[in-house]
Write a protein that binds this ligand. Structure first.
Ligand SMILES: [Zn+2]
Length: 576
Protein backbone atom coordinates (compact mmCIF):
# COMPACT_ATOMS: atom_id res chain seq x y z
CA UNK A 1 0.00 0.00 0.00
CA UNK A 2 1.56 3.31 -0.96
CA UNK A 3 1.50 6.36 1.25
CA UNK A 4 -1.31 8.16 -0.63
CA UNK A 5 -3.52 5.08 -0.51
CA UNK A 6 -2.67 4.60 3.13
CA UNK A 7 -3.76 8.13 4.11
CA UNK A 8 -6.93 7.74 2.01
CA UNK A 9 -7.60 4.53 3.89
CA UNK A 10 -7.04 6.32 7.20
CA UNK A 11 -9.44 9.13 6.23
CA UNK A 12 -12.03 6.61 5.10
CA UNK A 13 -11.65 4.72 8.37
CA UNK A 14 -12.02 7.88 10.45
CA UNK A 15 -15.07 8.87 8.39
CA UNK A 16 -16.58 5.43 8.90
CA UNK A 17 -15.93 5.52 12.65
CA UNK A 18 -17.46 9.01 12.88
CA UNK A 19 -20.47 7.78 10.93
CA UNK A 20 -20.85 4.80 13.25
CA UNK A 21 -20.64 7.18 16.18
CA UNK A 22 -23.31 9.45 14.72
CA UNK A 23 -25.54 6.55 13.77
CA UNK A 24 -25.22 4.88 17.16
CA UNK A 25 -24.93 7.89 19.44
CA UNK A 26 -27.37 7.78 22.33
CA UNK A 27 -30.50 9.84 22.24
CA UNK A 28 -33.14 10.76 24.73
CA UNK A 29 -36.24 8.59 24.48
CA UNK A 30 -38.99 10.97 23.43
CA UNK A 31 -42.76 10.68 23.63
CA UNK A 32 -45.99 12.41 24.33
CA UNK A 33 -46.21 14.61 27.44
CA UNK A 34 -48.39 13.26 30.26
CA UNK A 35 -49.42 15.50 33.10
CA UNK A 36 -50.74 14.32 36.46
CA UNK A 37 -54.41 13.56 35.90
CA UNK A 38 -56.91 16.07 37.24
CA UNK A 39 -59.69 14.82 39.52
CA UNK A 40 -63.12 16.26 40.19
CA UNK A 41 -63.94 14.10 43.21
CA UNK A 42 -62.00 12.60 46.09
CA UNK A 43 -63.10 9.00 46.68
CA UNK A 44 -63.04 8.13 50.38
CA UNK A 45 -64.34 4.56 50.24
CA UNK A 46 -65.06 2.07 47.48
CA UNK A 47 -67.07 -1.09 47.91
CA UNK A 48 -67.68 -3.71 45.24
CA UNK A 49 -70.20 -6.54 45.59
CA UNK A 50 -70.35 -9.09 42.80
CA UNK A 51 -70.70 -12.64 41.61
CA UNK A 52 -69.52 -14.47 38.48
CA UNK A 53 -70.81 -16.39 35.55
CA UNK A 54 -67.66 -18.50 35.18
CA UNK A 55 -68.54 -20.05 31.82
CA UNK A 56 -69.45 -16.74 30.19
CA UNK A 57 -66.58 -14.97 31.96
CA UNK A 58 -68.96 -12.31 33.19
CA UNK A 59 -69.51 -10.50 36.43
CA UNK A 60 -72.65 -8.88 37.83
CA UNK A 61 -71.92 -6.24 40.38
CA UNK A 62 -72.79 -3.29 42.47
CA UNK A 63 -70.26 -0.59 43.31
CA UNK A 64 -70.72 1.83 46.20
CA UNK A 65 -68.65 5.00 46.30
CA UNK A 66 -68.39 7.46 49.15
CA UNK A 67 -66.78 10.67 47.92
CA UNK A 68 -66.36 14.41 48.32
CA UNK A 69 -66.52 16.84 45.37
CA UNK A 70 -63.22 18.70 44.95
CA UNK A 71 -65.09 21.79 43.76
CA UNK A 72 -68.76 22.68 43.44
CA UNK A 73 -70.22 20.28 40.87
CA UNK A 74 -73.36 18.50 39.77
CA UNK A 75 -71.82 16.20 37.14
CA UNK A 76 -68.74 14.01 37.46
CA UNK A 77 -67.25 11.03 35.64
CA UNK A 78 -65.85 7.60 36.38
CA UNK A 79 -63.83 5.28 34.18
CA UNK A 80 -65.92 2.32 33.02
CA UNK A 81 -64.47 0.34 30.13
CA UNK A 82 -67.09 -1.74 28.26
CA UNK A 83 -69.33 -1.95 31.34
CA UNK A 84 -73.08 -2.36 31.06
CA UNK A 85 -74.49 0.18 33.48
CA UNK A 86 -77.99 -0.72 34.72
CA UNK A 87 -78.66 2.05 37.21
CA UNK A 88 -77.03 4.71 39.35
CA UNK A 89 -78.54 5.81 42.65
CA UNK A 90 -77.78 8.44 45.20
CA UNK A 91 -78.04 7.07 48.73
CA UNK A 92 -79.18 9.66 51.23
CA UNK A 93 -80.08 8.72 54.76
CA UNK A 94 -82.37 5.74 54.27
CA UNK A 95 -83.57 6.86 50.83
CA UNK A 96 -82.18 6.07 47.42
CA UNK A 97 -82.75 8.33 44.48
CA UNK A 98 -82.13 7.32 40.85
CA UNK A 99 -79.61 9.51 39.09
CA UNK A 100 -79.32 10.37 35.41
CA UNK A 101 -76.20 9.07 33.72
CA UNK A 102 -74.62 9.13 30.32
CA UNK A 103 -72.25 6.40 29.12
CA UNK A 104 -69.95 7.20 26.24
CA UNK A 105 -66.36 6.47 25.21
CA UNK A 106 -65.85 4.24 28.25
CA UNK A 107 -66.74 7.11 30.56
CA UNK A 108 -69.69 7.01 32.97
CA UNK A 109 -70.92 10.56 33.43
CA UNK A 110 -73.22 10.88 36.44
CA UNK A 111 -75.48 13.85 37.10
CA UNK A 112 -76.36 14.42 40.74
CA UNK A 113 -79.79 15.72 41.78
CA UNK A 114 -78.26 19.13 42.53
CA UNK A 115 -74.88 20.82 42.74
CA UNK A 116 -72.76 19.77 45.73
CA UNK A 117 -69.73 21.42 47.29
CA UNK A 118 -66.53 20.10 48.94
CA UNK A 119 -68.39 20.29 52.28
CA UNK A 120 -70.69 17.47 51.17
CA UNK A 121 -69.94 13.79 51.53
CA UNK A 122 -71.98 11.73 49.09
CA UNK A 123 -72.72 8.08 48.53
CA UNK A 124 -73.76 6.58 45.21
CA UNK A 125 -74.35 3.03 44.06
CA UNK A 126 -73.87 1.69 40.54
CA UNK A 127 -75.45 -1.57 39.37
CA UNK A 128 -73.64 -3.01 36.38
CA UNK A 129 -72.37 -6.07 34.59
CA UNK A 130 -69.22 -6.75 32.59
CA UNK A 131 -67.47 -9.27 30.40
CA UNK A 132 -63.95 -7.94 30.89
CA UNK A 133 -61.25 -8.23 28.24
CA UNK A 134 -58.62 -7.05 30.70
CA UNK A 135 -58.21 -6.29 34.40
CA UNK A 136 -60.01 -9.48 35.48
CA UNK A 137 -58.96 -12.83 34.04
CA UNK A 138 -60.77 -16.18 34.01
CA UNK A 139 -58.52 -19.22 33.60
CA UNK A 140 -59.48 -22.88 33.40
CA UNK A 141 -58.36 -25.01 36.32
CA UNK A 142 -56.84 -27.88 34.37
CA UNK A 143 -56.65 -30.09 37.42
CA UNK A 144 -60.39 -29.83 38.06
CA UNK A 145 -62.70 -30.19 35.09
CA UNK A 146 -65.25 -27.35 34.89
CA UNK A 147 -63.50 -25.21 37.49
CA UNK A 148 -61.83 -21.84 37.08
CA UNK A 149 -59.30 -19.52 38.59
CA UNK A 150 -59.86 -15.77 38.52
CA UNK A 151 -57.36 -13.02 39.22
CA UNK A 152 -57.32 -9.27 38.81
CA UNK A 153 -54.54 -6.98 37.61
CA UNK A 154 -54.99 -3.22 37.61
CA UNK A 155 -51.77 -1.43 36.62
CA UNK A 156 -52.29 0.93 33.72
CA UNK A 157 -55.92 1.64 34.68
CA UNK A 158 -57.13 -1.87 33.80
CA UNK A 159 -59.52 -2.21 36.72
CA UNK A 160 -61.99 0.05 34.91
CA UNK A 161 -62.68 -3.03 32.76
CA UNK A 162 -64.61 -4.61 35.61
CA UNK A 163 -65.20 -1.81 38.13
CA UNK A 164 -66.68 1.67 37.56
CA UNK A 165 -63.83 3.56 39.23
CA UNK A 166 -61.32 6.40 39.00
CA UNK A 167 -58.51 4.45 37.36
CA UNK A 168 -55.43 6.62 37.84
CA UNK A 169 -53.03 6.32 40.76
CA UNK A 170 -53.45 9.74 42.42
CA UNK A 171 -56.52 9.01 44.51
CA UNK A 172 -56.43 6.78 47.57
CA UNK A 173 -59.36 5.30 49.41
CA UNK A 174 -60.31 2.44 51.70
CA UNK A 175 -61.89 -0.53 49.92
CA UNK A 176 -64.23 -3.40 50.51
CA UNK A 177 -65.06 -6.51 48.46
CA UNK A 178 -68.05 -8.79 48.90
CA UNK A 179 -67.60 -11.63 46.45
CA UNK A 180 -70.06 -14.50 46.11
CA UNK A 181 -68.79 -17.81 44.75
CA UNK A 182 -69.99 -21.43 44.76
CA UNK A 183 -68.14 -24.19 46.59
CA UNK A 184 -65.26 -25.10 46.55
CA UNK A 185 -63.91 -21.67 45.60
CA UNK A 186 -62.22 -19.33 48.03
CA UNK A 187 -61.75 -15.61 47.52
CA UNK A 188 -58.67 -13.70 48.66
CA UNK A 189 -58.54 -9.92 48.68
CA UNK A 190 -57.09 -6.86 50.39
CA UNK A 191 -57.24 -6.21 54.11
CA UNK A 192 -59.11 -8.25 56.70
CA UNK A 193 -61.53 -11.07 56.04
CA UNK A 194 -64.55 -9.66 57.86
CA UNK A 195 -66.58 -12.83 57.40
CA UNK A 196 -67.76 -15.62 55.14
CA UNK A 197 -71.53 -15.82 54.79
CA UNK A 198 -73.10 -19.16 53.85
CA UNK A 199 -75.99 -18.73 51.41
CA UNK A 200 -79.00 -21.04 51.31
CA UNK A 201 -78.04 -22.21 47.80
CA UNK A 202 -74.64 -23.38 49.04
CA UNK A 203 -72.78 -20.32 47.77
CA UNK A 204 -70.48 -18.33 50.01
CA UNK A 205 -69.92 -14.59 50.20
CA UNK A 206 -66.40 -13.57 51.19
CA UNK A 207 -66.31 -10.11 52.74
CA UNK A 208 -62.89 -8.41 52.72
CA UNK A 209 -62.28 -4.91 54.02
CA UNK A 210 -59.24 -2.71 53.89
CA UNK A 211 -59.40 0.35 56.13
CA UNK A 212 -56.16 2.06 55.11
CA UNK A 213 -56.35 3.98 51.83
CA UNK A 214 -54.64 2.76 48.68
CA UNK A 215 -54.77 3.42 44.94
CA UNK A 216 -57.22 1.59 42.69
CA UNK A 217 -54.60 -0.52 40.89
CA UNK A 218 -53.72 -2.21 44.18
CA UNK A 219 -57.19 -3.70 44.60
CA UNK A 220 -57.16 -7.46 44.13
CA UNK A 221 -59.24 -10.56 44.03
CA UNK A 222 -58.01 -14.10 43.60
CA UNK A 223 -60.58 -16.86 43.21
CA UNK A 224 -59.82 -20.56 43.06
CA UNK A 225 -59.71 -23.78 44.97
CA UNK A 226 -56.86 -22.72 47.23
CA UNK A 227 -55.37 -24.09 50.39
CA UNK A 228 -54.00 -21.74 53.00
CA UNK A 229 -50.78 -22.14 54.96
CA UNK A 230 -49.72 -19.92 57.84
CA UNK A 231 -46.24 -18.53 58.47
CA UNK A 232 -44.88 -17.29 61.78
CA UNK A 233 -46.62 -13.91 62.40
CA UNK A 234 -44.24 -10.95 62.02
CA UNK A 235 -43.44 -9.40 65.42
CA UNK A 236 -45.68 -12.14 66.78
CA UNK A 237 -48.78 -10.23 65.67
CA UNK A 238 -48.98 -9.52 61.92
CA UNK A 239 -50.68 -12.51 60.25
CA UNK A 240 -48.71 -13.91 57.31
CA UNK A 241 -50.14 -16.59 55.06
CA UNK A 242 -49.70 -18.19 51.67
CA UNK A 243 -52.38 -19.59 49.42
CA UNK A 244 -51.58 -22.34 46.97
CA UNK A 245 -53.48 -24.61 44.59
CA UNK A 246 -54.74 -27.71 46.37
CA UNK A 247 -52.06 -30.15 47.46
CA UNK A 248 -49.09 -27.78 47.33
CA UNK A 249 -48.85 -26.50 50.91
CA UNK A 250 -45.43 -28.04 51.51
CA UNK A 251 -43.93 -26.24 48.52
CA UNK A 252 -45.63 -23.02 49.63
CA UNK A 253 -44.05 -23.30 53.06
CA UNK A 254 -40.63 -23.68 51.40
CA UNK A 255 -41.05 -20.92 48.81
CA UNK A 256 -42.30 -18.30 51.27
CA UNK A 257 -40.13 -19.44 54.20
CA UNK A 258 -38.30 -16.12 54.70
CA UNK A 259 -41.31 -13.81 54.59
CA UNK A 260 -41.53 -13.26 58.34
CA UNK A 261 -37.89 -12.25 58.54
CA UNK A 262 -38.34 -9.94 55.54
CA UNK A 263 -41.33 -8.12 57.06
CA UNK A 264 -39.36 -7.59 60.26
CA UNK A 265 -36.21 -6.60 58.35
CA UNK A 266 -37.86 -3.91 56.22
CA UNK A 267 -39.86 -2.66 59.22
CA UNK A 268 -36.68 -2.12 61.19
CA UNK A 269 -34.53 -0.94 58.27
CA UNK A 270 -36.97 1.88 57.53
CA UNK A 271 -38.02 2.30 61.15
CA UNK A 272 -41.57 2.01 59.87
CA UNK A 273 -43.56 -1.03 60.90
CA UNK A 274 -45.48 -2.95 58.22
CA UNK A 275 -48.79 -1.08 58.47
CA UNK A 276 -51.31 -3.33 56.72
CA UNK A 277 -53.78 -5.80 58.29
CA UNK A 278 -51.97 -8.91 57.13
CA UNK A 279 -49.76 -10.21 54.36
CA UNK A 280 -51.03 -12.94 52.08
CA UNK A 281 -49.10 -14.37 49.16
CA UNK A 282 -50.91 -16.29 46.48
CA UNK A 283 -49.17 -18.74 44.14
CA UNK A 284 -51.34 -18.64 41.07
CA UNK A 285 -51.33 -20.96 38.04
CA UNK A 286 -50.63 -19.19 34.71
CA UNK A 287 -50.22 -15.85 36.45
CA UNK A 288 -49.18 -13.89 33.38
CA UNK A 289 -48.18 -10.86 35.44
CA UNK A 290 -45.26 -12.67 37.06
CA UNK A 291 -45.67 -11.04 40.45
CA UNK A 292 -47.76 -8.16 41.73
CA UNK A 293 -47.80 -6.26 44.98
CA UNK A 294 -51.55 -5.79 45.61
CA UNK A 295 -51.97 -4.23 49.02
CA UNK A 296 -51.64 -6.92 51.70
CA UNK A 297 -51.95 -9.71 49.11
CA UNK A 298 -49.21 -10.24 46.55
CA UNK A 299 -49.60 -12.57 43.61
CA UNK A 300 -46.85 -14.88 42.39
CA UNK A 301 -46.53 -17.42 39.64
CA UNK A 302 -47.07 -21.00 40.64
CA UNK A 303 -43.47 -21.59 39.54
CA UNK A 304 -42.26 -20.12 42.86
CA UNK A 305 -43.59 -23.28 44.47
CA UNK A 306 -40.69 -25.61 44.94
CA UNK A 307 -39.84 -28.47 47.13
CA UNK A 308 -36.55 -28.23 49.01
CA UNK A 309 -35.35 -31.40 47.30
CA UNK A 310 -36.41 -30.39 43.76
CA UNK A 311 -33.59 -30.18 41.22
CA UNK A 312 -32.55 -26.68 40.36
CA UNK A 313 -34.04 -26.47 36.90
CA UNK A 314 -35.13 -22.87 37.03
CA UNK A 315 -33.12 -21.97 33.93
CA UNK A 316 -29.91 -19.99 33.64
CA UNK A 317 -28.78 -17.81 36.54
CA UNK A 318 -30.88 -14.72 36.91
CA UNK A 319 -31.23 -11.64 39.06
CA UNK A 320 -33.21 -13.44 41.73
CA UNK A 321 -30.96 -16.24 42.72
CA UNK A 322 -27.51 -16.13 44.27
CA UNK A 323 -27.71 -18.76 46.90
CA UNK A 324 -26.86 -22.39 47.18
CA UNK A 325 -30.43 -23.30 48.11
CA UNK A 326 -33.11 -22.39 45.60
CA UNK A 327 -35.03 -19.27 46.51
CA UNK A 328 -37.56 -16.86 45.03
CA UNK A 329 -36.55 -14.25 47.64
CA UNK A 330 -35.75 -11.67 44.94
CA UNK A 331 -39.35 -11.57 43.80
CA UNK A 332 -40.82 -12.11 47.23
CA UNK A 333 -38.81 -9.30 48.84
CA UNK A 334 -39.48 -6.96 45.89
CA UNK A 335 -43.29 -7.33 46.09
CA UNK A 336 -43.20 -7.12 49.88
CA UNK A 337 -41.04 -3.96 49.76
CA UNK A 338 -43.71 -2.27 47.66
CA UNK A 339 -45.83 -2.28 50.83
CA UNK A 340 -43.61 0.59 51.94
CA UNK A 341 -42.72 2.07 48.55
CA UNK A 342 -45.58 1.80 46.06
CA UNK A 343 -48.56 0.82 48.19
CA UNK A 344 -48.00 3.15 51.14
CA UNK A 345 -46.19 5.96 49.31
CA UNK A 346 -47.41 5.81 45.72
CA UNK A 347 -46.06 7.67 42.72
CA UNK A 348 -48.53 10.40 41.77
CA UNK A 349 -48.41 9.42 38.11
CA UNK A 350 -46.51 7.06 35.88
CA UNK A 351 -43.91 9.79 35.32
CA UNK A 352 -42.70 9.13 38.88
CA UNK A 353 -42.89 5.32 38.76
CA UNK A 354 -39.26 5.08 39.84
CA UNK A 355 -40.48 5.99 43.35
CA UNK A 356 -42.24 2.61 43.32
CA UNK A 357 -40.00 0.39 41.24
CA UNK A 358 -36.45 1.63 41.84
CA UNK A 359 -37.13 1.64 45.58
CA UNK A 360 -38.62 -1.88 45.60
CA UNK A 361 -35.70 -3.14 43.48
CA UNK A 362 -33.17 -1.59 45.84
CA UNK A 363 -35.07 -3.17 48.73
CA UNK A 364 -34.66 -6.63 47.25
CA UNK A 365 -30.92 -5.89 47.00
CA UNK A 366 -31.02 -4.82 50.67
CA UNK A 367 -32.61 -8.14 51.54
CA UNK A 368 -29.77 -9.93 49.70
CA UNK A 369 -27.28 -7.83 51.65
CA UNK A 370 -28.99 -8.78 54.90
CA UNK A 371 -29.61 -12.44 54.19
CA UNK A 372 -26.78 -13.49 51.89
CA UNK A 373 -24.11 -10.95 52.78
CA UNK A 374 -22.08 -8.23 51.12
CA UNK A 375 -20.63 -10.40 48.35
CA UNK A 376 -24.09 -11.34 47.12
CA UNK A 377 -25.19 -7.71 47.41
CA UNK A 378 -22.16 -6.55 45.38
CA UNK A 379 -22.78 -9.24 42.80
CA UNK A 380 -26.45 -8.31 42.40
CA UNK A 381 -25.49 -4.65 42.00
CA UNK A 382 -22.81 -5.55 39.47
CA UNK A 383 -25.28 -7.53 37.41
CA UNK A 384 -27.82 -4.71 37.57
CA UNK A 385 -25.15 -2.28 36.37
CA UNK A 386 -24.16 -4.59 33.51
CA UNK A 387 -27.77 -4.97 32.43
CA UNK A 388 -28.29 -1.21 32.48
CA UNK A 389 -25.07 -0.46 30.56
CA UNK A 390 -25.81 -3.19 28.03
CA UNK A 391 -29.29 -1.79 27.53
CA UNK A 392 -27.92 1.68 26.74
CA UNK A 393 -25.20 0.25 24.49
CA UNK A 394 -27.67 -1.89 22.59
CA UNK A 395 -30.61 0.49 22.35
CA UNK A 396 -28.72 3.79 22.18
CA UNK A 397 -31.43 5.42 24.28
CA UNK A 398 -31.36 7.12 27.64
CA UNK A 399 -34.26 8.18 29.83
CA UNK A 400 -34.46 10.14 33.11
CA UNK A 401 -35.96 8.34 36.10
CA UNK A 402 -38.59 11.07 36.45
CA UNK A 403 -39.97 11.64 32.99
CA UNK A 404 -43.40 12.64 31.73
CA UNK A 405 -42.78 11.85 28.06
CA UNK A 406 -43.79 8.42 26.86
CA UNK A 407 -45.76 6.78 24.09
CA UNK A 408 -46.82 3.66 25.96
CA UNK A 409 -46.76 2.93 29.69
CA UNK A 410 -44.15 0.24 29.05
CA UNK A 411 -41.66 3.04 28.22
CA UNK A 412 -41.95 4.10 31.84
CA UNK A 413 -41.28 0.55 33.05
CA UNK A 414 -38.04 -0.15 31.14
CA UNK A 415 -36.61 -2.67 33.55
CA UNK A 416 -32.94 -1.77 32.99
CA UNK A 417 -33.61 1.90 33.77
CA UNK A 418 -36.61 2.15 36.09
CA UNK A 419 -35.70 -0.93 38.11
CA UNK A 420 -31.95 -1.47 37.86
CA UNK A 421 -30.47 1.96 37.23
CA UNK A 422 -32.90 3.52 39.71
CA UNK A 423 -31.93 1.01 42.40
CA UNK A 424 -28.24 1.70 41.76
CA UNK A 425 -28.84 5.44 42.00
CA UNK A 426 -30.36 4.89 45.44
CA UNK A 427 -27.21 2.99 46.35
CA UNK A 428 -25.07 5.90 45.13
CA UNK A 429 -27.17 8.19 47.31
CA UNK A 430 -26.64 5.86 50.26
CA UNK A 431 -22.89 6.11 49.69
CA UNK A 432 -23.06 9.90 49.52
CA UNK A 433 -25.18 10.29 52.65
CA UNK A 434 -23.78 7.39 54.65
CA UNK A 435 -25.86 4.51 55.98
CA UNK A 436 -27.26 6.20 59.04
CA UNK A 437 -28.46 9.36 57.29
CA UNK A 438 -29.69 7.50 54.19
CA UNK A 439 -31.97 5.18 56.16
CA UNK A 440 -33.04 8.01 58.46
CA UNK A 441 -34.07 9.97 55.36
CA UNK A 442 -35.96 6.97 53.94
CA UNK A 443 -37.80 6.60 57.24
CA UNK A 444 -38.66 10.30 57.41
CA UNK A 445 -39.89 10.21 53.79
CA UNK A 446 -42.21 7.31 54.69
CA UNK A 447 -43.55 8.90 57.86
CA UNK A 448 -44.02 12.33 56.31
CA UNK A 449 -45.98 11.10 53.29
CA UNK A 450 -47.61 7.93 54.61
CA UNK A 451 -50.66 6.80 52.66
CA UNK A 452 -50.32 9.55 50.11
CA UNK A 453 -49.07 10.10 46.57
CA UNK A 454 -45.57 11.44 46.04
CA UNK A 455 -43.37 12.98 43.38
CA UNK A 456 -39.58 12.96 43.19
CA UNK A 457 -39.17 16.37 44.80
CA UNK A 458 -41.03 15.10 47.90
CA UNK A 459 -38.14 12.68 48.38
CA UNK A 460 -35.57 15.42 47.82
CA UNK A 461 -37.30 17.79 50.25
CA UNK A 462 -37.62 15.02 52.84
CA UNK A 463 -33.84 14.50 52.68
CA UNK A 464 -33.26 18.25 53.00
CA UNK A 465 -35.62 18.49 55.98
CA UNK A 466 -34.25 15.59 57.95
CA UNK A 467 -30.52 15.76 57.32
CA UNK A 468 -30.16 19.29 56.03
CA UNK A 469 -28.44 18.41 52.77
CA UNK A 470 -29.35 20.17 49.54
CA UNK A 471 -29.36 17.56 46.80
CA UNK A 472 -30.38 19.71 43.83
CA UNK A 473 -27.18 18.69 42.04
CA UNK A 474 -27.80 15.00 42.60
CA UNK A 475 -31.43 15.09 41.48
CA UNK A 476 -30.56 17.24 38.45
CA UNK A 477 -28.04 14.67 37.22
CA UNK A 478 -29.66 11.42 38.24
CA UNK A 479 -33.41 11.86 38.59
CA UNK A 480 -34.31 14.66 36.17
CA UNK A 481 -31.27 14.00 33.95
CA UNK A 482 -30.57 10.81 32.02
CA UNK A 483 -27.59 8.68 31.04
CA UNK A 484 -24.40 8.14 32.99
CA UNK A 485 -20.79 9.34 32.99
CA UNK A 486 -18.03 7.57 31.13
CA UNK A 487 -14.80 8.25 33.01
CA UNK A 488 -11.38 8.06 31.41
CA UNK A 489 -8.89 7.91 34.26
CA UNK A 490 -5.09 8.08 34.15
CA UNK A 491 -2.26 9.03 36.49
CA UNK A 492 1.46 9.78 36.79
CA UNK A 493 3.53 9.36 39.89
CA UNK A 494 5.59 12.47 40.64
CA UNK A 495 8.45 10.85 42.52
CA UNK A 496 10.19 14.09 43.49
CA UNK A 497 6.99 15.51 45.04
CA UNK A 498 5.65 12.16 46.30
CA UNK A 499 2.31 12.85 44.63
CA UNK A 500 -0.03 10.97 42.35
CA UNK A 501 -1.15 13.27 39.55
CA UNK A 502 -4.59 11.85 38.71
CA UNK A 503 -6.62 12.97 35.72
CA UNK A 504 -10.33 12.17 35.41
CA UNK A 505 -12.07 13.00 32.15
CA UNK A 506 -15.79 12.70 31.45
CA UNK A 507 -16.01 11.47 27.86
CA UNK A 508 -19.73 10.67 27.56
CA UNK A 509 -21.43 12.53 24.71
CA UNK A 510 -23.11 15.72 25.91
CA UNK A 511 -26.55 15.41 24.38
CA UNK A 512 -30.09 16.40 25.29
CA UNK A 513 -30.78 14.83 28.68
CA UNK A 514 -27.15 13.94 29.44
CA UNK A 515 -24.58 16.50 30.55
CA UNK A 516 -21.48 16.40 32.73
CA UNK A 517 -22.00 14.79 36.13
CA UNK A 518 -21.05 16.01 39.60
CA UNK A 519 -20.07 13.12 41.83
CA UNK A 520 -17.92 12.04 44.71
CA UNK A 521 -15.64 9.13 43.81
CA UNK A 522 -13.36 6.98 45.89
CA UNK A 523 -9.75 6.47 44.84
CA UNK A 524 -7.99 3.44 46.26
CA UNK A 525 -4.20 3.56 46.42
CA UNK A 526 -2.19 0.44 47.16
CA UNK A 527 1.47 0.64 48.15
CA UNK A 528 3.89 -1.76 49.81
CA UNK A 529 2.71 -0.30 53.14
CA UNK A 530 -0.98 -1.05 52.58
CA UNK A 531 -4.10 0.43 51.04
CA UNK A 532 -5.69 3.80 51.58
CA UNK A 533 -8.65 5.60 50.06
CA UNK A 534 -9.07 9.23 49.04
CA UNK A 535 -12.34 10.92 48.20
CA UNK A 536 -12.49 13.25 45.23
CA UNK A 537 -15.27 15.20 43.57
CA UNK A 538 -15.50 15.14 39.81
CA UNK A 539 -17.58 17.75 38.06
CA UNK A 540 -15.78 19.08 34.99
CA UNK A 541 -14.94 17.66 31.62
CA UNK A 542 -11.38 17.26 32.91
CA UNK A 543 -10.52 17.23 36.61
CA UNK A 544 -7.02 16.91 37.99
CA UNK A 545 -6.08 15.81 41.51
CA UNK A 546 -2.79 15.63 43.40
CA UNK A 547 -2.87 12.84 45.95
CA UNK A 548 -0.16 12.20 48.54
CA UNK A 549 1.71 8.94 48.16
CA UNK A 550 5.11 8.31 49.73
CA UNK A 551 6.22 5.70 47.24
CA UNK A 552 5.29 4.66 43.69
CA UNK A 553 1.85 3.06 44.00
CA UNK A 554 1.39 -0.62 43.25
CA UNK A 555 -2.13 0.09 42.08
CA UNK A 556 -4.53 3.00 41.80
CA UNK A 557 -8.28 2.26 41.44
CA UNK A 558 -11.22 4.50 40.69
CA UNK A 559 -14.52 3.56 42.38
CA UNK A 560 -13.16 0.27 43.60
CA UNK A 561 -16.46 -0.60 45.32
CA UNK A 562 -18.51 -0.05 42.17
CA UNK A 563 -20.67 2.51 43.95
CA UNK A 564 -21.25 4.64 40.86
CA UNK A 565 -23.44 4.17 37.83
CA UNK A 566 -20.71 4.74 35.31
CA UNK A 567 -18.35 3.24 32.79
CA UNK A 568 -14.70 3.49 33.77
CA UNK A 569 -11.80 3.36 31.34
CA UNK A 570 -8.60 3.14 33.34
CA UNK A 571 -5.76 1.44 31.47
CA UNK A 572 -3.47 -0.61 33.66
CA UNK A 573 0.00 -1.90 33.17
CA UNK A 574 0.37 -5.68 33.21
CA UNK A 575 2.11 -5.37 36.55
CA UNK A 576 -0.72 -3.34 38.02
ZN1 LIG B 1 -42.25 -3.78 41.42
Amino acid sequence: MNKINSSKWLIATIFFLCLVNVLFAQSLLLGQYHQIRERSIDILHYKAEFSFDFHEKQIAGKATLIFVPLSKLQTFSLDAIRLKIAEVNLAQKSMTQPLAFNYHDWILEITLDQAYSPNDTLMITIDYSAQPNAGLYFLKDYNHEGQYYIYSYGEGGLHANWLPIYNDVNDKFSTEMEVTVPQPYRVISNGKLVGVEQKSNGNQTFHWKQDLPHSNYLLAIYVGEFEKGNLQPAFGEIPLSYWVPKGRLKEGAFAFRNTTKMVEFFSSKFNYKYPWDKYDQVAFPDYAIGAMEHTSVSGHRESVLRDESAPDNFGPPDFNRYCHVWSADGLISHELAHHWFGNNLTCRSLSYIWLNESFATYCNMLWDEEWLGKDAFDLVRREALDRYLNYVAKNHTIRPLEYAYYETPSDAYIIEITYFKGALILHTLRNILGDEDFFRAMSYFLHKHEFSSVISSDFKIAIEEVIGKNLDWFFDDWIYGAGHPIFEVSYNYLANKKLIDLTVKQIQPVIEGQDLFTLPAEITIATSKGTKTENIWVKNKVDQFLLKCDEPPLMVSFDDEGALVSEIRFDKSDKE
